[in-house]
Design a protein around this ligand. Structure first.
Ligand SMILES: Nc1nc2c(ncn2[C@@H]2O[C@H](COP(=O)(O)OP(=O)(O)OP(=O)(O)O)[C@@H](O)[C@H]2O)c(=O)[nH]1
Ligand SMILES: [Mg+2]
Length: 279
């Protein structure tokens, strides 16, 4: 990575005290010092631990991973954002590979493809099948093969985020980002990443060697996350003109509300930037 690269590592968190320090340290060891944790009001000591480990911490004003990401990116002044996960779903060792298309090539958005190197036990069979169907559906609707549109490992130019009209509050955010990249011609690259197996991270589904963590406040079971992602794709398909006959778009479909929400968040970004609260 060029020494001049101005990258903010963005970590959304909700009750991640078991892993957050290791995740922050891993990115620091990989050479990243600008780390922003956007917390969803954790009931454990995620925020305190993050601060002690050297990350900047903000608490989101709303709810859900999507709202957290949208709010946090609006406060980031670094040129590039590396969006990861606080539960060791992704590896800091892949960070350079994720950023390369932005720094060396002329891409604006990068998706880490978890299916390129999936360690045993990393994902349930049902989840893999669901992902495949969603990716095929996306390719059919939007004509782009992004391989893994649900991946939460993303890198993007901060200014390219403003081209995306985003409104998802929860786990539909990655789907929405992929749809918006395709619709707006945002130059998107897919790079292979490793998805660690069950021993390398905490999974929400029960596994023989791990306890569940979905008893924690706010944690959603995997099936519910997938349902959110899938319904986001179906809902957004209605906005594609060539499918208008199959997916009628009503004048009250929410498009204009979405656009104005994004505009207000973008003007919020400019306001916040001038107030000096940036990462
Ligand atoms: N700020 C914020 N972060 C959240 C919220 N919900 C989840 N997160 C964080 O978002 C990241 C992704 O959530 P996960 O539950 O790991 O979802 P996932 O990676 O798709 O699923 P797994 O494969 O089970 O890890 C984690 O770091 C969570 O702590 C929320 O409401 N607000
Ligand atoms: Mg995760």
């Amino acid at each position: 990575m060029p020494p001049s690269a101005d990258v903010c590592v963005l970590l959304p968190t909700l009750n991640e005290s078991a892993t957050i320090v290791d995740v922050i340290r891993a990115y620091q060891e990989a050479g990243f010092n600008n780390i922003l944790v956007v917390d969803g009001g954790s009931g454990d000591d995620t925020r305190e631990l993050s601060q002690e480990a050297g990350a900047a911490v903000i608490t989101q004003s709303g709810e859900g991973k999507g709202q957290a990401i949208r709010e946090a990116v609006g406060q980031i002044e670094a040129d590039y954002v590396l969006m990861a996960d606080a539960d060791m779903t992704y590896r800091a060792e892949d960070a350079e590979r994720m950023l390369e298309p932005l720094l060396v090539g002329d891409f604006e958005h990068v998706i880490g493809n978890r299916f390129a190197d999936m360690e045993p036990g990393a994902m349930t069979k049902l989840n893999r099948i669901g992902n495949r169907l969603i990716n095929r559906g996306f390719q059919f609707i939007h004509g782009e093969d992004y391989r893994d549109i649900l991946s939460g490992y993303r890198a993007f130019r901060t200014d390219s985020f403003e081209q995306l009209t985003l409104s998802a509050d929860g786990f539909g955010i990655e789907t929405e980002m992929a749809v918006e990249c395709a619709k707006n011609g945002v130059k998107t690259e897919v790079v292979p990443i490793t998805l660690p197996g069950a021993t390398g991270r905490l999974l929400d589904e029960p596994s023989p060697d791990q306890g569940r963590r979905d008893h924690l406040p706010g944690a959603l079971p995997e099936s519910q996350k997938q349902a959110t992602r899938c319904s986001t794709l179906v809902a957004l398909a209605s906005c594609r003109p060539s499918l208008a006959l199959d997916w009628p778009r009503s004048s009250s479909s929410g498009g204009s509300a979405t656009t104005s929400a994004t505009r207000s968040s973008q003007s919020g970004r400019r306001r916040r930037s001038s107030s000096g609260s940036s990462y």
